[in-house]
Write a protein of this length. Structure first.
Length: 376
């Protein structure tokens, strides 16, 4: 349904066919057709698979995506990000590691095509931000390779942690793990403070017909109309006065890997004149318990504090520029007529290591390429 909505919004189907062909999957065919649902002319995207599909690991799926020559680097990274969050969720459900997860339904050719096509479609339409409204989860039970499972599926609900949902809304499964992975990897909740203007609207049709609602996914493509963005975060803090300073670097890495937006270490003085470090973490509310577990496991603190905080920030978007060593993402933020462009430091550092080039040289070329992009 996501792919159909992207195609209905203007992503070219012939280009998508070329991308899918470059995956090298045997016995697959894709097609589109119009389907009228509650009087709305929507698009239906179908994948037909005529050969038996093996179970695949994350590494095997990564190899398939890497060999897709018609897929650009940005769309390839997006597709891999979607599979990565899906592997993390499946690993948590089955108490294993992401690399050891064997994808059943989602490792099949049709699901690989769905995820790659969605990644390609968002890139083809130039979509840099994705917002979602509250998601209906449905109810009942569904069949899987593991047997009968509750709706929503365990991986689905794991992926949608932190997103507003409507439990029990819908007569059957309303969100699949594939759809939830796309949301987890690319989207964030739409808050009332964000104002948008739309110029394209696409409808993707599902297979089932429901008595209480049209089975459609609506995609509205446009631009922000406000200068600033707002969101709600948690600030998590702890004062630590009895920890080996060598451990802080590892602690910060673990917290950032868990998804925190920022971590700061501030020297302070506690009661009785004891020197200490205040660890302050900015994170989404859904990450509170995970970060608490890391703090208790990796530091000597026996208690943490947290409070809700509101942020106001400039709207930003991401683009790619070319360097002699490969593409680098750049972040663009605007305040009125003032535009700030910053190369992604992690991309530059990765390139510097892979090509044995001084990091400052990579940063200089990325900055020059970014300036050239803005002039064009």
């Amino acid at each position: 349904m996501t792919v159909a909505a992207l195609l209905d919004s203007g992503a070219p189907f012939d280009a998508l066919q070329t991308v899918i062909a470059s995956l090298g999957l045997e016995g697959v065919a894709v097609s589109i057709r119009r389907k009228t649902v509650s009087g709305i002319a929507a698009l239906k995207f179908d994948v037909e698979v005529s050969t038996q599909q093996p179970e695949r690991t994350l590494g095997e799926i990564r190899s398939i995506i890497d060999r897709a020559t018609a897929l650009n680097d940005a769309a390839r990274r997006t597709a891999l990000d979607i599979f990565r969050v899906l592997a993390d969720a499946e690993a948590k459900v089955h108490r294993t590691t992401p690399d050891r997860v064997h994808f059943h339904e989602v490792g099949a050719a049709d699901s690989i095509i769905d995820i790659v096509a969605a990644a390609w479609g968002f890139d083809a339409l130039g979509i840099t931000e994705l917002f979602v409204t509250p998601i209906p989860l449905g109810q009942g039970f569904a069949h899987s390779r593991h047997g009968i499972i509750p709706v929503p599926a365990p991986a689905t609900i794991e992926l949608l942690t932190g997103f507003p949902v409507r439990i029990g809304d819908g007569p059957s499964e309303m969100v699949t793990p594939t759809g939830a992975a796309i949301v987890k990897a690319l989207a964030r909740p739409l808050s009332p403070e964000i104002t948008l203007s739309f110029d394209k609207i696409g409808y993707g049709a599902g297979t089932k017909d429901f008595a209480d609602r049209p089975n459609l996914l609506r995609l509205m493509v446009g631009e922000r109309t406000a200068l600033c963005d707002h969101d709600q975060m948690l600030e998590i803090r702890a004062n630590i006065d009895d920890m080996n300073p060598q451990l802080y670097d590892h602690l910060v890495d673990r917290i950032l890997e868990a998804g925190a937006r920022d971590v700061t270490l501030t020297p302070t003085i506690m009661k009785k004149g004891r020197p200490a470090i205040t660890v302050a973490i900015l994170a989404e509310p859904a990450l509170r318990d995970r970060i608490a577990e890391i703090m208790f496991a990796e530091s000597s603190t026996i208690g943490i504090r947290y409070e809700a905080v509101s942020r106001i920030k400039l709207a930003r978007e991401f683009r790619e520029v070319a360097t002699q060593w490969g593409p680098v993402r750049i972040k663009i933020s605007r305040a009125g007529a003032t535009e700030t462009i910053t190369p992604e430091f992690d991309d530059c550092r990765r390139i510097a290591r892979e090509h044995a080039v001084a990091l400052r040289i990579v940063l200089e070329e990325a900055n020059a390429a970014a300036r050239g992009w803005t002039r064009s």
